[in-house]
Write a protein that binds this ligand. Sequence first.
Ligand code: CDV
Length: 311
Amino acid sequence: MSRKMRAAVAQLGPIHRVDSRDAVVRRLVTLLREAHGQGACFVVFPELALTTFFPRWWMTDQAEIDRYFEREMPNTATRPLFEAAKELGIGFYLGYAELTEERGEARHYNTSILVDPAGRIVGRYRKIHLPGHSEHLPQAPFQHLEKRYFDVGNDGFRVWRMMDAVFGMCICNDRRWPETYRVMGLQGVEIVALGYNTPVENIHDREPEHLRMFHHLLSLQAGAYQNAAWVLAAAKCGAEDGFVMIGGSAIVAPTGEIAARALTEGDEVIATTLDLELGDYLRRAVFNFAKHRRIEHYNLITSRTGAKTEV
Ligand code: CDV
């Protein structure tokens, strides 16, 4: 008997600095209902889905920064989303900024959660590959201050069994790193959920704008194929206070093919039926890890961080 699951990606258009959490959660609930209307039992929302992409703004007042963070989840603003999920029996992935305390110290994470169809949080991931910079770049058209506002995630790349499938999570820049998918692949991941905020413009090095979409899809497709997993990627996109981010939310099959792709740069739901056995033939042969991997030759992957030429 084949295992099938209908799943959706809910892309979000811009969230501006003045937009309230309540207004954003109303949009999320509308998208959740639409995903359910399309038959989905799981839906992926973007990275930092409750606020504007605030790392583009230079801020020095910690109280101002902390206004973008959630101290508990669910909370008053997000509870309607959890209640709607429970009412409809649909699970979800949600990205948000998490403020917590560890050993008496404040910690800030770029976090995602996995919520089951009963509205319970079953998994948490904290972003590991934080891009950008921590210093002010006054000459840049905007900032990318994830290295300033967030701590590096401390939960690793884990997987969770939910609805008879193995789920993994990552966030935005993580999708560009093969290690992200492989660590989950080695735990038998079947569905990788991820959200992203990707500016159209590369502030560090000028590059043609079309490459942003190309590299985004290339990363999803390679990660899916090389680990025989479905990849569900949700963008927050369009112009937030004038700063444009790419759309291109997509559902990628274990074959590396794009099964569904968003057409707009606004709120949009795409859905498809995931055949969870589609990747089995890859796992049996070309990507049979147990048979073909040669870990005795992979030592540098975990012992060296930066590239070093020694010849
Ligand atoms: N939010 C992100 O992680 N954005 C990065 C940008 C900086 C390139 C991304 O990988 O899309």
